[in-house]
Ligand binder design. Structure first.
Ligand SMILES: NC(=O)c1ccc[n+]([C@@H]2O[C@H](COP(=O)([O-])OP(=O)(O)OC[C@H]3O[C@@H](n4cnc5c(N)ncnc54)[C@H](OP(=O)(O)O)[C@@H]3O)[C@@H](O)[C@H]2O)c1
Length: 303
């Protein structure tokens, strides 16, 4: 396929291709999004060199320069514990930058996909969270993400989609799977939290949902995770079993279930953050919902 310099048009077939600009180039989700293109869509990922997301003017200039026709915001301040002592940075990226982005997208009439988190909930509900359930973040990260959500809903409600997800991992970047593999190779035993329940999500499947939502200009708040639920302990045990079977680890080490209180962290986390995906299933007909164990197997095959 060939493109004119200033127009995303397939000269041979005279077909217009939509250019989706992804903000955040080096993150897990952005990396998976960069792998997704189809005949009618190009993905242009912008990193810190190309766009300063804390500056509205820079966002405006970059979206015009890179000829955005739709935007996916895959950038975020995701260091949950660090956010407790670095509140300003978390709010700058997760709230102020998102507000600026929403304003620019509104002005340029660009559909915006924004990713949010299960950490906007406090975990007390005891059954899967619906998109419209009241939010009550426990820490700075969740609160800053909640503020970003609010700006999008106020500034660009009809031309935006917020997709909340949880426990994201991929072959690219830092995540629980890669940390576990490193620790399992280094340590003689591990204690892993067994009283926090969530849904591990392969960034590749999240990327597909974001891509589809952007192409179809889906609006509203939706939840997306891989299927099934797990504790961090379940997740760690599954990682070890698969790693041994794939030759990624040489020997098994004992993994003990521990309580949250045995492993204090600066940020409190929801003990139960299962997200109800029904609205997503309604919006995307036939979207395959794959169990996290199967997705983990797929991801670890690629390591
Ligand atoms: N990871 C999870 O478990 C999880 C769970 C629930 C929801 N989410 C949400 O899912 C989305 C994607 O997460 P992810 O795991 O792909 O995140 P990630 O791997 O941490 O990537 C975050 C991206 O944001 C960029 N970024 C951070 N600060 C920036 C700044 N000041 N200027 C420009 N870029 C900046 C990073 O760029 P640099 O690499 O250059 O810093 C990186 O590209 C986020 O909205 C996150 O809140 C994630």
């Amino acid at each position: 396929m060939t493109f004119r310099d200033n127009d995303h048009t397939d000269l041979k077939n005279n077909k217009h291709t939509t250019n989706i600009v992804v903000i955040g180039k080096s993150g897990q989700l952005a990396w998976e999004l960069a792998q997704l293109t189809d005949q009618n869509t190009t993905i242009t990922c912008l990193g810190r060199k190309e766009i300063d997301i804390s500056c509205e003017q820079s966002i405006n200039e970059a979206l015009i320069k890179y000829q955005a026709e739709a935007v996916i915001n895959a950038s975020a301040y995701t260091a949950v514990d660090q956010a407790e002592s670095d509140k300003d940075s978390a709010y700058t990226i997760n709230a102020v930058a998102v507000k600026n982005l929403a304003s620019v997208c509104q002005k340029l009439s660009l559909h915006l996909i924004h990713i949010s988190t299960d950490f906007v909930f406090n975990g007390d509900k005891g059954s899967p969270y619906l998109p419209n359930d009241p939010i009550k973040p426990l820490g700075v990260y969740g609160a800053s993400k909640a503020k970003g959500e609010k700006s999008i809903n106020q500034i660009i409600p009809n031309n935006s989609c917020i997709i909340r997800t949880s426990w994201v991992y991929s072959t690219h970047g830092n995540n629980f799977v890669k940390t576990m593999l490193r620790l399992m190779a280094e340590k003689s035993e591990l204690g892993i939290i067994s009283d926090q329940i969530g849904s591990p999500t392969y960034a590749k499947s999240l990327a597909k949902v974001c891509f589809l939502a952007s192409k179809n200009k889906v609006s509203g708040i939706h939840h997306w995770t891989d299927a099934g639920v797990a504790s961090w302990y379940d997740f760690a045990v599954a990682i070890q079993v698969l790693a041994l079977s794939k030759g990624l680890l040489e020997k098994a080490i004992p993994i003990k279930p521990i309580n949250t209180t045995d492993y204090p962290t600066p940020a409190a986390r929801p003990s139960y953050s299962i997200l109800d995906k029904t609205s997503c299933n309604d919006v995307f007909a036939n979207l395959p919902l794959v169990h996290w164990r199967s997705q983990l197997n797929d991801m670890m095959d690629k390591l």
